[in-house]
Ligand binder design. Structure first.
Ligand SMILES: Cc1cc2nc3c(=O)[nH]c(=O)nc-3n(C[C@H](O)[C@H](O)[C@H](O)COP(=O)(O)OP(=O)(O)OC[C@H]3O[C@@H](n4cnc5c(N)ncnc54)[C@H](O)[C@@H]3O)c2cc1C
Length: 478
């Protein structure tokens, strides 16, 4: 079988199918694996991530995938999230001794950037998420409702929206609250912050992203398959009106028993012939799925300016600052970091307003904010800087978007789909991509008459939530 695309979706599908005895041939257009979640080497030899990527404790399929390919020890989990506002006030989120859903209550109560009134309004909304187990009735409204609308109906204060909901959700979902389906936003809080005491823990790679995928190639090759880089698929071969293979440059063609297209939806829309889009309505609507941008800003200073591994800025364009020097410090990668200096990576999600700005303007803006937040940076010399704008970083989780996301099995014989944008129930994340890869492997094996399960369950609810749900289930059963 053939997989087209060596991002997380294609890799997860390829590894799962190879493990099921299929000979997998994976074709990736670029010279490296990882798709959007990758890294490369700058002309001066510096290893940079396309953008900082993080995972959460509730991303059970991504964790399973890293384990399968021997990359689990390259992810370091942190249980303390630090926030800094423009007045230099700090707030943190860290699990205390109380069981879920109260594990973050202590740090939330002490969270200085929010007032008591803000906290009470947030607590009321959280209670609603809890009581409905993450499925408030309005989520069923036709076409979905936006997260902002849901928060307004819950009477959230302006500061609670700006300094809490927006901060968490714009980073997690790469979209502004008024353009985010409330279903995704509420799911983040239910799965990551409420139902389980470890779901919020943040996992950060301690090596450049491309180093996470070495094991994928080995897994596929070990079972007789191959991973071919610099191999862009240019089109589909149609014979007698039927899908019969894929075309490469120089009239080269390849055929297989089944094909998994694990490319972005925008790329798939260009590859698919019109006749095929007409034969499956799910393929006709790919252009209805919109995209959202993320901007990464990389700074190299002549000296250390930050002690924390990462920090979230409130009231600023810059959303996250990652201390790459500290994060990479214990890795055995080959990354080149000036020993005396410090390499920081800043992330701005849903960065629509930066797309048209010149790079120097973005550098000046972020440097100003960083020097405001980190006093040690004020005297430090910025040795070099780079800006990476990803205009189509993720699909936009806008209200109702799920109706345009196709299932992994299509109505076209032998044509299967994977990608964070397919119907996974998850937003555009590494977890969503791996889920799609596992789901497509399951669909393909089912259609071949040899069903097997790869999809991992969500984290089990724990603490009081587990007791409460247990009691609810007993009451329903009796
Ligand atoms: C800047 C940025 C920051 C992000 N931050 C996070 C984060 O912190 N946490 C998180 O969970 N997610 C994050 N994401 C989202 C995450 O990267 C994606 O959801 C995930 O990597 C998507 O994987 P995929 O396999 O579905 O698609 P892709 O990674 O896009 O993979 C598709 C692959 O197909 C290849 N391809 C395309 N066309 C062809 C062709 N014709 N022939 C052969 N190959 C082809 C591409 O080169 C690519 O390798 C971020 C994304 C970006 C861009």
């Amino acid at each position: 079988m053939i997989v087209i695309g060596g991002g997380l979706a294609g890799l997860a599908a390829g590894v799962a199918l190879a493990d099921s005895g299929w000979r997998v041939r994976l074709f990736e257009q670029r010279p490296f694996l990882g798709g959007r979640a990758t890294s490369y080497v700058l002309p001066d030899g510096e290893h940079v991530d396309n953008c900082q990527h993080v995972t959460l404790g509730c991303c059970t399929n991504l964790e399973d995938f890293y384990r399968r390919v021997g990359a689990a020890d390259k992810i370091k989990f942190f249980d303390r999230l630090l926030f800094l506002d423009s007045q230099g006030r700090r707030g943190e989120m860290r699990a205390g001794y109380l069981p879920a859903p109260f594990h973050l209550t202590g740090s939330f109560a002490a969270f200085a950037p929010l007032s008591l009134q803000d906290k009470l309004s947030i607590a009321r909304a959280m209670l609603d998420i809890l009581q409905t187990q993450g499925k408030p009735a309005e989520l069923q409204e036709k076409g979905g409702i936006s997260m902002l609308e849901w928060l307004r109906r819950r009477g959230q204060t302006r500061r609670a929206i700006e300094r809490f909901w927006r901060v968490v959700l714009v980073s997690a979902l790469d979209e502004e609250l008024d353009r985010t389906d409330a279903r995704f936003g509420i799911d983040v809080f239910w799965k990551a912050f409420l139902s389980n005491s470890t779901g919020y823990r943040m996992g950060v790679p301690v090596v450049p992203l491309a180093n996470l995928y070495d094991g994928c190639k080995l897994e596929i090759e070990r079972r007789g398959g191959e991973v071919v880089l610099r191999a862009p698929v240019r089109g589909l071969k149609i014979e007698n009106g039927e899908f019969a293979g894929i075309r490469f440059d120089e009239s080269r063609e390849e055929t297989a028993d089944a094909y998994v297209f694990a490319v972005p939806h925008t790329a798939l829309a260009e590859l698919l012939p019109q006749s095929m889009k007409q034969s499956d309505p799910a393929l006709a609507n790919l252009d209805k799925i919109k995209v959202a941008p993320i901007t990464g800003v990389h700074f190299w200073f002549d000296r250390p300016v930050m002690d924390e591994p990462f920090v979230t800025l409130l009231d600023a364009t810059t959303q996250w600052i990652f201390n790459k020097t500290a994060l990479f410090a214990n890795s055995h990668g080959k990354e080149k970091i000036a020993p005396a200096g410090q390499y920081l990576q800043l992330v701005i999600s849903a960065s629509y307003h930066l797309l048209q700005k010149p790079r120097q303007e973005i550098i000046d803006l972020c440097l100003g904010e960083l020097r405001g937040a980190l006093p040690a940076a004020r005297d430090a010399e910025l040795v070099k800087a780079t800006v990476i704008k990803e205009a189509a970083a993720t699909f936009s989780p806008e209200p109702g978007v799920d109706r345009w996301r196709p299932k992994q099995q299509t109505a076209v014989p032998r044509l299967f789909l994977a990608g964070d944008w397919t119907d996974t129930g998850w937003p555009a994340t590494m977890e969503g991509a791996v889920r799609s890869g596992y789901l497509v492997a399951e669909a393909l094996l089912r259609s071949a008459g040899a069903p097997r399960r790869f999809l991992q369950p969500d984290l089990e609810p724990d603490g009081f939530i587990a007791m409460w749900l247990g009691r609810l289930n007993t009451a329903t059963a009796s």
